[in-house]
Design a protein around this ligand. Structure first.
Ligand SMILES: Nc1ncnc2c1ncn2[C@@H]1O[C@H](COP(=O)(O)OP(=O)(O)OP(=O)(O)O)[C@@H](O)[C@H]1O
Length: 231
């Protein structure tokens, strides 16, 4: 049986009287690629913030690798949240080297990762000269430094050109081939449908569908139709 990576039980986050995440229970097993979708304001970022330990649930519980506190499994997890903090005047390679030193990661991981994200030729350019797509690639390399088992990505294709979108698709497929577990939010249903094994559809903070790609196909044919019919 596959290991359970994440289990939430009636997970709830309230802002005042409003439930941004409302009583959500689901599990994610090792190797699954879970796509989290929902309209604006449906609770995706709030859910991710709790998974990363950035916000505390108001009620309910969650376990990641069997631990209640995300801090205890920090080394097993990485997040790509569009909030990367890099030094502007130094290169991608230098930024990644500093990050590796800070995280206690062997420095020989830096160059292969620059290669993996397609920055091997631009690795010596100052970060401030980077395009948005290049920044995103560096953020991904940084997130993967620790070889995490669980990768959480909040709308990773937002603002990317077609080449960048293809790169993210291939990256997720590579992570899947390595047996990593990925939780990814996106508004691009066609794109997320190509890479995910499972889906969680949120509406007003509630789980309105959770199931496998096969269950979506069997019941709704496409993710878009599941999305429209369940909302
Ligand atoms: N810090 C906050 N204080 C009060 N309300 C908040 C806060 N953060 C989010 N909300 C509210 O919680 C609800 C869920 O927001 P959240 O950002 O989690 O949704 P989302 O699905 O990520 O949206 P989007 O697709 O626009 O990124 C929204 O109604 C939002 O206005």
């Amino acid at each position: 049986m596959s290991q359970i990576v994440l289990r939430t039980v009636q997970l709830t986050k309230k802002y005042g009287s409003q439930s941004a995440v409302d009583n959500i229970s689901f599990t994610v097993e090792e190797g699954q690629i879970l796509g989290v979708i929902g309209p604006n304001g449906s609770g995706k970022t709030t859910l991710f913030s709790m998974l990363l330990g950035l916000r505390k649930p108001s009620s309910g519980s969650m376990e990641i690798f069997g631990k209640n506190n995300p801090e205890e499994v920090r080394k097993e997890m990485a997040a790509i949240m569009d909030q990367a903090n890099f030094y502007l005047r130094i290169s991608a390679r230098e930024n990644l080297t500093i990050s590796a030193l800070t995280k206690g990661v062997p420095l020989d991981r830096v160059d292969p990762l620059l290669f993996d994200v397609g920055l091997e030729h631009t690795g010596n350019k100052a970060f401030q000269s980077f395009s948005y797509g290049m920044m995103k690639r560096l953020e991904i390399a940084d997130a993967l430094l620790t070889d995490p088992k669980l990768i959480i990505m909040d709308e990773p294709t937002n603002g990317l050109d077609p080449e960048g979108i293809l790169f993210i698709r291939q990256l997720i497929l590579d992570l899947k081939a390595k047996g990593k577990t990925v939780i990814i939010s996106s508004h691009y249903l066609d794109e997320i449908e190509k890479v995910c094994t499972h889906f969680l559809i949120l509406g007003n903070g509630k789980c309105i569908f959770h199931g496998s790609k096969e269950a979506v196909k069997e019941n709704y044919e496409t993710l878009e139709s599941a999305f429209v019919k369940r909302l």
